[in-house]
Write a protein that binds this ligand. Sequence first.
Ligand code: NAD
Ligand code: ZN
Length: 360
Amino acid sequence: MSYKNFPMVSRVMFGRGSFNQLDEIISAKRKGRETPFIYYVDDVFKGNHWLTSRISLSYKDKIIYVPTAEEPKTSQIDEYVEDLILEFSERPSGIIGIGGGIVLDIAKAVSLMLTNPGESKDYQGWDLVKNPAIYHVGIPTISGTGAEVSRTTILTGPERKLGINSDYTPFDQVILDPELTKDVPKDQWFYTGMDCFVHCVESLNGSYLNAFSQSYGEKAFQICKEVFLSDNLNAEEAQDKLMMASWHGGMSIAYSQVGVAHAMSYGLGFLLGIKHGLGNCIVFDHLEEFYPDGVKLFKEMKQKHNIELPKGVCANLEDEEFDIMIDVALSLEPLWENAVGKNWKETITRKKLKALYLKM
Ligand code: NAD
Ligand code: ZN
């Protein structure tokens, strides 16, 4: 038995208003006048003085606003990297991502691809990255994905949707400022928050479970219940707590795996472009047979917050389209093994997955 030796986020700051200290934190990392800090910022913050006035640009520093209608593609990462190489004579001092899972993943991927040759699609998988990344900082503005703490950056490539999982992927610095999440629209708050809830359910009910994952998973699960089902928290407490749930949920899956909802949601994402949080919700709603207690709680949360999920997203698909989704889902073998056990192939057939997709 060989145990995995995981890196973690090296430094983390937590607190409402801690974003104000960004400049103080990173200035020690500046290498020189020609080596800028590059900020990837969710374009929802364009023109948002409250946030952007606290980013202080010096020398050649630059803000790049990132559209988030679609999840990141390997080609998009390659373009961002190419742009930096063409515009600047030297490699940046640091890459800073400010936004949701999309922007955090973009910041991670760009920082990796600045020091590793070739195209980002060639690094999708496990431990294919050779060189350490550029210094990179993650600042989440919505809670749930765990992308702020994970050792992956999930990208859609020409052939698959798969993470670049490596020891160099985790952020060097994370700033957890729950105040940054105050204007997240309610539906999106629910979808991304449920990503965390689903991480916990899949981790806690998986065959890979161990005390490490369980300790983080149980904590995140408890916080999710508090945030989404109790009436005892004010808005600020709920923001603070959900940010920590996301962190713990991410830690929980570091040493285990996700499961059925993620496998099938990746299929929806790859074929139909349905985003991760929403896709997980659409799938999870129909997974009673795998996660009876979790799905029951999920339905309570959905009702409490009046969330209407899209229906019939697979209703008009052709057989070949089902095949594409099923191929993507089945290729994620560790997820199925975690969810169903070593002999998962006996019960998880193509027919079974098609029947499930048809319910969605
Ligand atoms: P997202 O990044 O798409 O953000 C969701 C929406 O919320 C966007 O429209 C964004 O503009 C908006 N938003 C974000 N912060 C806001 C704020 N403070 N105020 C108002 N609006 C705000 O969604 P997400 O659910 O955070 O992330 C999903 C992405 O994360 C997917 O690409 C998924 O693959 C990835 N992911 C990565 C990991 C990982 O470990 N790397 C884990 C899970 C998911
Ligand atoms: Zn997820």
